[in-house]
Design a protein around this ligand. Structure first.
Ligand code: FMN
Length: 197
């Protein structure tokens, strides 16, 4: 069976970013476990805030079309997202909304079909962005994505890493490994079922 194709990205538009640090650890683990990982930076695909008026006037923007194609080429989503005011950052929600729009005769949900998603978050706060993850889970499920049970919200993330970006606490590292392992297991299982059927 070919290697699971994972699209990894963060909902953070900041540099440096705690969620990027967390994502980096998860990506390394996914590669180590045999995945083929594409790291996507949403800042490289700027899209305007979605409005129906803009869409009616100009259609789906070129960068949103590129994002739709990139989503479509992968089997798993590995997302590390900050929580903004208890919810999904606008950068991420806007990208997900544009990717969900019908385009070139294709149903908008196609880029989300047969996808498994694993969710991570990092925050300096004590909840680690957990409330945002609950909402992100809901949005992705609404789009038809199978959002796996294992997730990890890293609390006090500004104290979690050493200078090389490694976890200081092995239990936190193990939690991320657990999330990545479940993602690869589910992607492989879904692929096996689809290839059988
Ligand atoms: C507009 C805004 C709202 C925020 N709301 C929350 C929040 O609800 N919960 C939380 O834990 N942190 C919140 N934060 C703080 C972020 O967790 C913090 O900036 C974190 O570093 C963001 O992740 P990043 O470094 O990957 O960008 C907020 C930050 C911004 C800019």
């Amino acid at each position: 069976m070919s290697r699971p194709k994972i699209l990894a990205f963060t909902g953070s538009g900041s540099r440096p970013s705690l969620n990027r640090q967390l994502l980096d650890v998860a990506v390394k683990e996914a590669v180590r476990a045999g995945a083929e990982v594409t790291v996507l930076d949403l800042l490289n695909y700027p899209v305007p805030i979605y409005t129906g008026e803009l869409e009616a006037r100009e259609g789906v923007p070129a960068n949103a079309r590129k994002l739709k194609a990139i989503f479509g080429e992968h089997e798993g989503l590995l997302i590390a997202s900050p929580e903004h005011n208890g919810s999904i950052p606008a950068l991420l929600k806007n990208a997900l909304d544009w990717v969900s729009r019908p385009d070139l005769g294709q149903n908008g949900l196609v880029p989300y079909q047969n996808k498994v998603a694993a969710l991570l978050s990092a925050s300096p706060g004590n909840l680690g962005g957990l409330r945002g993850l609950m909402q992100l889970r809901h949005v992705l499920q609404s789009l038809g994505v199978l959002v796996q049970t294992k997730q990890y919200a890293l609390a006090r993330a500004h104290e979690a890493f050493d200078e090389e970006g490694r976890f200081l606490n092995p239990r936190q590292h193990a939690a991320v490994v657990g999330v990545v392992q479940q993602l690869l297991t589910l992607v492989r299982a879904l692929k096996a079922v689809r290839e059988d059927g």
